[in-house]
Each structure stands twice: as C-alpha cells, then as structure tokens.
Ligand binder design. Structure first.
Ligand SMILES: Nc1ncnc2c1ncn2[C@@H]1O[C@H](COP(=O)(O)OP(=O)(O)OP(=O)(O)O)[C@@H](O)[C@H]1O
Ligand SMILES: [Mg+2]
Length: 138
C-alpha cells in the first residue's frame, strides 16, 4: 500500500506520472472515488508519462485510447452496470493489446477484481476542497 497526498489538480497530475513510472503493459488500475475526486486528472498524468497529452473523460464514449510509447486505454464505467455489458463492448480484447488500462467508476463492476489478473486498486478520497488522498491498494 502506498499513499500520496495532493493539494492541487496539478499535483494530482504529477502523482499520476509517478504512478505510471511503476506500470507495465497489461496492468489495470481500478479507480475508486466519487465524482470530482480527480480520477481524470490522475489519468492525464498517467497518459502524459507515456507521451500522450490531453487525456479527458470518456464518459460518452466508454473508452478513450491514447497512443504513447505504451498505449493507455481509459475507461469510464459510469454508465455500465454489468460484466456482460463489458464483454459486449469488447473490454476483454483491450487486455491483450499491450497497454496500460485505467478504469474510472470500477466500483460499478465489483466482479472486475475476480476476472482481472493484473490489477491495482487506486482509491481517491476528497479530504478538502483541493486536497486529495490517493492510495494504491494492491
Ligand atoms: N487535488 C486535486 N486533485 C484533483 N482534482 C482537484 C484537486 N483539487 C481540486 N480539484 C478539482 O476537482 C475536479 C476533479 O475532476 P476530475 O474530472 O478529475 O474528477 P473525476 O474523479 O474524474 O470525476 P468524474 O467521476 O465526474 O469523472 C477538477 O475540477 C479539479 O480542478
Ligand atoms: Mg472522470
């Protein structure tokens, strides 16, 4: 377990870059955290580390792909409520594509932890207007 403390959006982006430096292709980061916690900010840092700028929320697309040195697949499961829907949209094909996978609203599909082989839960807690605790669970 590892905790980072952020006091601004920019610091959260930087923490994303630091986390990304530990990641290998195939790793899934399961983000947990309320609306506005900073999941997308953290993803900007992760995609930025791999050389892709401009990550933004894929709420309407379900997945955004960023082409950097290592591709980053950025999912938002806000509107997904079953593992079956994930299968239908081809989620499991992304696991074979040699990228890093970041998942906002992973708490919508609790079964994910049982079906993924290589994941890490990332909890983002709002502890103030601009303070956040970011914890890597495993
Ligand atoms: N320390 C901080 N880290 C990240 N964001 C912060 C911080 N302090 C304030 N913010 C603000 O909180 C918001 C975080 O937005 P972001 O889109 O990253 O959240 P999210 O968790 O992806 O939300 P959603 O569930 O709606 O997708 C931004 O408006 C940002 O400016
Ligand atoms: Mg978001």
């Amino acid at each position: 377990m590892m905790t980072f403390i952020s006091s601004s959006p920019e610091e959260t982006v930087d923490i994303g870059r630091q986390i990304a430096s530990f990641l290998r292709p195939g790793k899934c980061l399961l983000f947990r955290g309320e609306m506005g916690a900073g999941k997308t900010q953290l993803t900007k840092g992760i995609a930025g580390y791999f050389g892709a700028d401009g990550a933004q929320s894929p709420t309407f697309a379900i997945v955004n792909e960023y082409e950097g040195r290592t591709p980053v697949f950025h999912f938002d499961l806000f509107r997904i409520s079953s593992l079956q829907e994930l299968y239908s949209m081809g989620f499991f094909d992304y696991l074979e594509r040699g990228g890093v996978i970041v998942i906002e609203w992973s708490e919508n599909i609790p079964e994910l932890t049982a079906v993924l082989e290589d994941y890490c839960i990332v909890e983002i807690e709002k502890t103030g207007d601009s303070e956040r605790n970011i914890t890597l669970l495993d």
